[in-house]
Structure formats: C-alpha cells, structure tokens
Design a protein around this ligand. Structure first.
Ligand code: SAM
Length: 232
C-alpha cells in the first residue's frame, strides 16, 4: 500500500519576497537545522539531534511554524521534526528558532511522504497534521494529504499508544478525514464526548490557520487519535 504514495507536491513553494533578515536567517540557519535523508533505507531520527531526546514528535506541513516553535520551547527534552515546503514559512520558523534559541527542532524542507517512508516502525511518539490543504474540488481529492496509504504510514511509524493530532476548518475535509480515520484498524479516536472535537486541548498551541479560521468566525475541529497497541 505504501508504494501507492503520491510524492508530488501541489502547493506553493514560495510566497512574497522574504525580508532581508529573513533571507539571511534562511540561508545561514537552514543548513544547521535541516537534514536530508541518508542513503540507507531507514533513518534513525534521534541522530538528527545533537543532544539525547526523550522522544521524537513530528509536525507535517507546519506552515509558519507557530505551533511547532511553542511546543519545542515547552518540551526541551523532545526532539521535533517539522516538514514544510513553503520557503517563507520555513524562514519564519528559522527566525523564531534564532530569536528563542531553540535547539530541539530539525526541519525536513521537502514533502513529508519520503521521510515517512524512511522512518523506522514505532519511532515517533506524536504526529501533528494541522489544517492540511483542503483541495475542495472533487477531482483534486487525491491531492489531500490524508489518504489510506498515508494513514497506514502514520500508523507504522507511531509508537503503540502514540498520538496523531489533526485539525481542520473545511467541512469537506472534516468529513473526509473522519471517514478515512474511522476505517483504519490502527487508530482509536480519543473523543470523550460529542463536543470534544470542538475544543482545542490546553497543551495544543494555536496555529496560524487556526487563528485565521477563528477570526472569520469558523469553528475548527480537533481530532486526537491513539495508535492502538500492536498484537504481540
Ligand atoms: C493550510 S497550510 C496550514 C499550515 C499550518 N499547519 C497551520 O495550521 O497554520 C498547509 C501547509 O501544509 C504544507 N504542505 C502541504 N503538503 C505538504 C507535504 N506533502 N509535506 C509537507 N508540507 C506540506 C503546505 O506547504 C502548507 O504550508
């Protein structure tokens, strides 16, 4: 199933021209805080970090990185991997890393799918996929990040009991994600009650797209799924 993964990236790679300071941060800091995939088939994510890490958490499509930067600051013993392709967003996160002296983030500045395929089984404790592109047209549905194959990959790399957190404000995508996740045998939805998915947990920092949705009066939904324990 994982071989059916679509490696193409359909979104924006560049936005407005970066400010001089941002461009400088981008050029100087990206080599220090990013990594490429090694030649061998599987990579050990703990080796991307200069200090020992208690666990590795992964954010896919971090946008401008607000959520990731806050989490990294509050969890210094966790190693964070952030995947993003949009250069202005990467530049913004690098500026935050420099400003706040954040040591525990590593950036994969490419589409996340090849990284997911190369991460070992049960190597990640928590995964975040916040406000992924909705691709609302029916003919673009295959461009959505959430597909049966990516759910399978996320399930493979997550540890038993690990958590997959997702959010969206797009009605079509909310239905799509809910239906696809309910079909997976690997995950259990951690909703405590009917309104549970309308409230962002306290340990879940705000992201830029979430803020935009709220400012427009749109109610986002928040999912927390637990990776079920594998049969021994
Ligand atoms: C709608 S934005 C949301 C950004 C951020 N998560 C937030 O909540 O503010 C979706 C982001 O996902 C990124 N993205 C889309 N497909 C991706 C992929 N395959 N790998 C990594 N990032 C991806 C896009 O570049 C874009 O920045």
């Amino acid at each position: 199933m994982a071989d059916l993964i679509d490696h193409r990236f359909y979104g924006r790679r560049k936005g407005r021209r970066m400010r001089v300071r941002q461009k400088q941060d981008f050029n100087q800091l990206l080599p220090k805080f990013s990594f490429n995939l090694p030649e061998s088939s599987r990579c050990n994510p703990k080796l991307f970090f200069s200090r020992p890490t208690k666990d590795i958490w992964l954010e896919i499509g971090f946008g401008y990185g607000e959520h990731l930067a806050v989490l990294a600051e509050y969890n210094p013993d966790i190693g964070f991997i952030g995947c993003e392709v949009f250069e202005n967003g990467i530049g913004h996160l690098l500026s935050a890393i420099a400003e706040k002296n954040i040591e525990n983030i590593r950036i994969f500045p490419q589409p996340a799918q090849p990284l997911l395929q190369r991460l070992p089984d049960q190597s990640i404790g928590r995964i975040f996929l916040l406000f992924p592109d909705p691709w609302p047209k029916k003919r673009h549905a295959r461009r959505r990040f959430v597909q049966p194959e990516t759910i399978e990959l996320l399930g493979r790399i997550l540890k038993d009991g690990g958590e997959l957190r997702m959010a969206s404000d797009d009605p079509g995508l909310i239905t799509w994600i809910t239906e696809h996740m309910m079909r997976s045998q690997d995950f259990r939805w951690l909703a405590g009650g009917a309104d549970d998915w309308l409230t962002r947990p306290a340990d879940w920092p705000l992201s830029r797209y979430e803020e935009k949705a709220i400012n427009k009066g749109i109610q986002p939904v928040y999912w927390r799924f637990e990776r079920l324990c594998r049969q021994k």
